[in-house]
Ligand binder design. Structure first.
Ligand code: 2AM
Ligand code: CA
Length: 270
C-alpha cells in the first residue's frame, strides 16, 4: 500500500468520527482520587486514559486495518515492519483533568514511517477539533486556519511545558524562560503539548518549546503546525523526522518569529 492509495481526506474524516465521541467520553468523567494510580514520577494515569485508548484503538483499527499503533497507555504493534502507525494519546493533559482544570484533549496522528500524514487534536472542553493531512492545510472545526503572521519576538506569545520528570536540562530551560519572559509579550503553560501545538497552528501562540516529550504528545500537533505554514524543528533548527517525532526537543514557531526565537533557544541550550 502506498500513500497515493490512501484517501487522506476520507481517512481524516473517519478518524475524526472516532475521536470526537472519545473526547465526549473524557468530558463526562469525574476521576475519583482513589482511581488514580501513580505510573511513575509525576505521571498519573487513571481508568479514563485506558478506557479512552481502548475505544480509539477499536475505532481506528476499523478505519485502517493495516496500520499499527504506538499509544501512551501501551497499545503497540510497533514491530518496526509496519509502515503506517496510529500514534495515539487518548488523554493529553491527564494532570489537568485530574485536578479539574478544563485543558485536555485527544491527540491522534497517522505516521508514515516517522512522518505524520494525518493529525487530529480534539479539545472537548471547547468543542474544538484541529485536523490536518499532508498537503491539505490545517482546519479548526472544518475552517482553514494559519499560524500567526507576527514578525517580532517582542509581539510573540510563547507557550512551553515546564520539565516535570527530566530535570537534566533545567538550568538551560530556565535561561530560555528568562530570555523569553524579558523579550516577548508573555509566557503560557497549558499542560498539554498537543493543545500547545494546535494553538501555534491557529495563531494563538507564536512559539512553543519543550524538551523530553513523547511521540504521542506531539505527532499530531507537529503536522498541524507544518500544514498551517509554521516551522517545526529541534533546538538546533534541524527537522529530521525521526528526531522530531522522538520528542527529545520540540520547537514550533510562526515563520516570521523563527530566527529570533531559535536564537534564544540556541543561546540557552548551548
Ligand atoms: P499527558 O497528560 O498525556 O501525560 C506537557 O508537559 C506534556 O507532558 C503533556 O503533553 C502531558 O501529557 C505530559 N505530562 C506528563 N506528566 C505531566 C505533569 N505532571 N504535568 C504536566 N504535563 C505532564
Ligand atoms: Ca500526552
Amino acid at each position: 500500500m502506498t500513500l497515493k492509495d490512501l484517501s487522506l481526506t476520507a481517512l481524516t474524516e473517519a478518524a475524526e468520527g472516532v475521536i470526537r465521541p472519545v473526547g465526549a467520553f473524557l468530558l463526562e468523567q469525574k476521576v475519583a482520587q482513589d482511581q488514580v494510580e501513580t505510573k511513575s514520577l509525576n505521571s498519573l494515569v487513571s481508568h479514563v486514559d485506558k478506557e479512552a485508548e481502548a475505544r480509539l484503538v477499536k475505532g481506528l483499527s476499523a478505519v485502517l486495518p493495516e496500520a499499527g499503533f504506538l499509544a501512551e497507555e501501551g497499545t503497540g504493534s510497533g514491530d518496526g515492519h509496519v509502515r503506517f502507525r496510529w500514534v495515539v494519546d487518548p488523554l493529553d493533559g491527564t494532570t489537568n483533568l485530574i485536578h479539574g482544570l478544563p485543558v485536555f484533549c485527544v491527540s491522534v496522528a497517522l505516521v508514515d514511517g516517522d512522518d505524520p500524514v494525518i493529525g487530529v487534536v480534539y479539545d472537548p472542553t471547547r468543542d474544538e477539533c484541529f485536523t490536518a493531512f499532508k498537503g491539505g492545510g490545517t482546519r479548526l472545526n472544518g475552517q482553514p486556519v494559519q499560524c500567526s503572521g507576527r514578525v517580532q519576538l517582542s509581539d510573540a506569545l510563547v507557550a512551553t511545558g515546564v520539565p516535570h520528570w527530566d530535570f537534566t536540562r533545567m538550568e538551560d530551560y530556565l535561561a530560555a524562560l528568562t530570555a523569553f519572559a524579558k523579550g516577548t509579550r508573555g509566557l503560557r503553560r497549558m499542560g498539554s503539548a498537543a493543545i500547545d501545538l494546535a494553538y501555534v497552528a491557529c495563531g494563538r501562540f507564536d512559539i512553543f518549546f519543550e524538551y523530553s516529550l513523547q511521540p504521542w504528545d506531539i505527532a499530531a500537533g507537529l503536522l498541524l503546525v507544518q500544514e498551517s505554514g509554521g516551522i517545526t524543528c529541534d533546538f538546533g533548527g534541524e527537522s529530521e523526522p525521526q528526531a522530531l517525532l522522538s520528542g527529545r526537543e520540540t520547537f514550533a514557531a510562526a515563520p516570521g518569529i523563527l530566527d529570533e526565537g531559535l536564537s534564544v533557544i540556541r543561546n540557552a541550550f548551548g
